[in-house]
Design a protein around this ligand. Structure first.
Ligand code: SF4
Length: 301
C-alpha cells in the first residue's frame, strides 16, 4: 500500500500527485469472485482488478494499490489528478470533436431495404409506400461530388465514412463504386477511413476479397449462439441466419484490416451472451475481432 501522495511519471518527470477515482467509472462486481470490472464512460477504458475484502472505493486510489496498477488505471482514465474538473474535461473533449474542422464524418445509407426481419427493427423497408429505397449510381455520383468539393475547399485532413442500410450489400455495385471513388480523395491529401455496417449474410468470399481492397473495416452483428440469434435476426422468410453470418465473419477476419462485432443485448438475451463469447473463442475469433461492442437493440435506444 502507498501513502496519500503518490509518485508517478507525468511528462517524463517524477511528480507527486494527489489522486481520485474518476466520476465516470462504473464498478461491476463479479459474483462469487474477488474480481471487479471497471468501465470508464469517458475514455471507454475497461479493466478487471483483483480486490481485497475492504476494497470499497471510499479511500483515495493511492491508498489501495501498487504503483504500477495505479499507473495503469491512470492511463485508462479511471484514476485522475485530484484537482481535475472532470465535467469540464468532458465538455472539452466533446467541443473539440464537435468544432474540429479538420475532420468530417458521414453515415451514408445506401438502401433502406433488407433481407432480414429482425424482431426489433425500425427501418423503413417495412414501409411499402417509401419509393426511394435504393441509392442509385447517379445519386452516389452527386454525393461524391459534394464530398469532394467540401474536402477540397476546406481544411479537412481526415474523412470517416460509414456505409449503412437497411442492408447495404443489397446495393453491392454502388457500395463498391462508392468505396473505390472515395480512395481517390487521397490525392487531395485527405486520410479516408471507410467502414461498412452489415448484417453479414451477403458477404461471400469473393465479395469480401474485393471489398477489403477498398474498405478498411466492417461491422457484423450476432445476438447470441445460433438458436438465440436465429430467433432475433431471421431472414425475411423466417429461416435462421446465424450459419451464413458466422461463415462470412470467419472469412472476413482474414481479409479486412479491422472487424467489429456488435451484440444487441436486452432482457431476453443477456443471459446467453457469455455462451456466444465462448463460441467465438472456440473458433479462434475472440482474439481476431478488433472490438466487440454491446448495444441496446435500436428500438430501446
Ligand atoms: S439487419 Fe438491420 S436493417 Fe435488417 S432487419 Fe435487422 S436490424 Fe433491420
Amino acid at each position: 500500500k502507498l501513502k496519500f501522495t503518490h509518485y508517478f511519471k507525468k511528462g517524463g518527470k517524477e511528480k507527486i500527485m494527489k489522486l481520485k477515482w474518476s466520476q465516470y467509472n462504473i464498478y461491476i462486481p463479479i459474483n462469487g469472485s474477488r474480481k471487479l470490472f471497471i468501465f470508464n464512460t469517458l475514455t471507454r477504458g475497461i479493466a478487471s482488478i483483483d480486490i481485497e475484502q475492504d476494497f470499497d472505493f471510499q479511500k483515495r486510489p493511492e491508498e489501495y494499490g501498487e504503483k504500477d496498477s495505479i499507473e495503469k488505471l491512470t492511463n485508462l482514465g479511471m484514476v485522475v489528478d485530484y484537482n481535475i474538473d472532470e465535467e469540464l474535461l468532458f465538455r472539452y473533449f466533446f467541443n473539440k470533436w464537435r468544432y474540429d474542422k479538420t475532420h468530417r464524418g458521414f453515415i451514408i445509407s445506401l438502401t433502406s431495404l433488407c433481407n432480414f426481419s429482425c424482431s426489433y427493427c425500425y427501418e423503413s423497408y417495412k414501409d411499402k409506400s417509401n419509393r426511394n429505397q435504393m441509392m442509385t449510381e447517379l445519386n452516389w455520383t452527386k454525393l461524391f461530388k459534394f464530398l469532394e468539393k467540401s474536402v477540397s475547399e476546406e481544411s479537412v485532413k481526415s474523412l470517416n465514412i460509414a456505409f449503412f442500410g437497411g442492408e447495404p450489400l443489397l446495393n453491392y455495385e454502388v457500395v463498391l463504386k462508392a468505396a473505390q471513388d472515395l480512395r481517390e480523395l487521397a490525392v487531395l491529401g485527405v486520410k479516408v477511413d471507410t467502414t461498412i455496417i452489415t448484417n453479414g449474410s451477403l458477404l461471400n468470399k469473393e465479395r469480401a476479397k474485393e471489398m477489403s481492397n477498398y474498405i478498411d473495416s466492417i461491422q457484423f452483428t450476432l445476438d447470441g449462439i445460433p438458436s438465440d440469434h436465429d430467433l432475433r435476426r431471421p431472414y425475411k422468410n423466417g429461416q435462421g441466419s446465424f450459419k451464413d453470418v458466422f461463415k462470412n465473419l470467419v472469412n472476413s477476419v482474414k481479409l479486412f484490416k479491422e472487424v467489429f462485432l456488435r451484440i444487441n443485448v436486452d432482457e431476453d438475451n443477456y443471459g446467453v451472451i457469455p455462451e456466444l463469447i465462448i463460441y467465438l473463442k472456440k473458433y479462434g475469433l475472440a482474439e481476431k475481432i478488433s472490438l466487440i461492442g454491446f448495444s441496446l437493440p435500436p428500438f430501446l435506444k
